[in-house]
Ligand binder design. Structure first.
Ligand code: ATP
Ligand code: MG
Ligand code: MG
Ligand code: MG
Length: 436
């Protein structure tokens, strides 16, 4: 992409109402624009990152055996009346009346709807287990939307639902998602710790939140330090026994504020005790027949007897993660994207647009990067060098390649590693090799 043809509305001023780094940088880097409280337009740069995160989440869900589908954003109130949640959900639910005076709502989550889909089609235990998911916009009328996309009112969530005949099988599904989440967050370049969590209005008795440790986090969390650096499970057989992965993590103390047990925490060696602020980026629940019982979602067991299907639900805050990753990956000059989610692979800066050799060399390098699949962003704007450098730092691509007339006379370009700040002078070919 040539910057001169792109849409990257970078702000010079730091917006006054943006109090945390990710919110500031997302606004300044032209990633989002607020339309109303907690509701944002995803500008092209932000949209690229959102889609990259979404794709990694999708791939890891598919590996775990979950099947993608898509449910609507607008739901009928009737389903929520069946489970009693229409009243229970309260003012966070955006309620809508259509022209025929039918009560509708903008979905804050989909347990009720997926249970209805399931009961419409599945009759036998032989069709189980099943895990279904979608990646869809949700609306929650948060009392205090803030921190940009971290606590929006409209936000993108990946939500999976599992269906099993018995609790024992449902726990296997839970472990699949637990494992898939560890791999997902590792691929996104962040350390998310699974912590014992409250089940809240979703209900149920087994639940973990996946939490990134960050100063700006809204909740207080407590855990054993070793959990933070624990390597992800990686390639596993999702049809095999995954309980050791679950056991290994949960044998060490980790709990959110609501579930914190000071006495248990005190048993951890003092140098391993970690109490910190955290951002909830994922949340998994087992809730048995909480929805299947009131909604009559049953399957026949092997004796021909109807049984309530045992369910779980598993959310990831896809749009929250854009902010969450920036909270974990930035410095005083801007964002430092993990390679896996960076909006472009490399930034190319042409230092002198008027110099013909420079233009030829930069264009040539840009085209070679494109051909190599590096997804380059080529700054071919008329701006001053200083403006180009600080903009490139702000948007945080992993590598910058600076092409100027002086270096070119000696046959070199400069490659800067955004994370370490390390600079190398290399021939264009050597630079390309380094990037591939
Ligand atoms: P929170 O405690 O932050 O309000 P939650 O516990 O209400 O979140 P869940 O119902 O567990 O959220 O939803 C699953 C995931 O959706 C959360 O783990 C989070 O990553 C994301 N999420 C929830 N609310 C928001 C929001 N207002 N804006 C962005 N993402 C959100
Ligand atoms: Mg909430
Ligand atoms: Mg929560
Ligand atoms: Mg939650």
């Amino acid at each position: 992409m040539r910057l001169s043809r792109y849409f990257l509305p970078v702000l010079k001023e730091t917006p006054a109402d943006a109090t945390i780094a990710s919110h500031r940088y997302m606004l300044r880097a032209g990633m989002i624009k607020q339309n109303s409280a907690g509701i944002y337009t995803w500008l092209p740069l932000g949209h690229r990152v959102l889609k990259k995160i979404e794709q990694i989440v999708r791939e890891e869900q598919n590996k775990a055996g979950a099947i993608e589908m898509l449910m609507p954003t607008i739901q009928s109130a009737d389903l929520w009346r069946e489970t009693g949640r229409y009243d229970a959900y309260g003012p966070e639910m955006l309620r809508i009346t259509d022209r025929h005076d039918r009560e509708m709502l903008f979905g804050p989550t989909n347990e009720d709807m997926i249970t209805d889909v399931f009961r419409s089609f599945v009759r036998s235990y032989k069709d189980l287990p099943k895990m279904l998911y979608h990646i869809q916009w949700k609306f929650r009328d948060e009392t205090r939307p803030r921190f940009g996309v971290m606590r929006g009112r409209e936000f993108l969530m990946k939500d999976t639902y599992s269906f099993d005949l018995t609790k024992e099988d449902a726990v296997k599904s839970y472990n699949k998602m637990f494992t898939a989440y560890l791999n997902t967050f590792a691929r996104l370049g962040i350390k998310a710790v699974p912590m014992k969590a409250d089940t809240g209005p979703i209900g149920g008795d087994l639940s973990h939140e996946f939490v990134i440790l960050a100063e700006s986090g809204e909740s207080e969390v407590f855990c054993h330090r070793d959990l933070v650096e624990m390597a992800p499970p990686g390639d596993v057989d999702f049809d095999g026994d995954l309980s050791h992965i679950f056991d290994e993590r949960t044998s060490l103390y980790a709990a959110t504020e609501e579930m914190h047990d000071a006495e248990e925490f005190a048993k951890i060696p003092e140098d391993k005790q970690l109490s910190a602020r955290g951002i909830e980026v994922g949340h998994i629940f087992y809730f048995g027949d909480k929805y299947s019982a009131p909604m009559n979602a049953t399957v026949m067991d092997s004796n021909g007897k109807p049984q309530n299907v045992m369910m779980g639900s598993y959310g990831i805050g896809v749009s929250r993660l854009v902010g969450g990753i920036i909270e974990a990956c930035h410095d005083e000059n801007g964002i430092v994207w993990p390679k896996s989610v960076s909006p472009f692979g490399v930034g190319i800066i042409n230092l002198n647009l008027k110099d013909e050799d420079c233009g030829i060399a930069a264009t040539d390098f840009y085209e070679k990067c494109q051909a190599a699949g590096l997804d380059p962003l080529y700054d071919d704007s008329n701006d001053r060098g200083g403006v180009k450098f600080s903009r490139m730092d702000l948007i945080g691509l992993p590598y910058q390649v600076v092409i100027g007339p002086r270096g070119l006379k000696e046959g070199i370009v400069e490659v800067k590693d955004r994370a370490t700040g390390e600079r190398q002078n290399l021939s264009p070919d050597a630079a390309l090799n380094l990037l591939i």
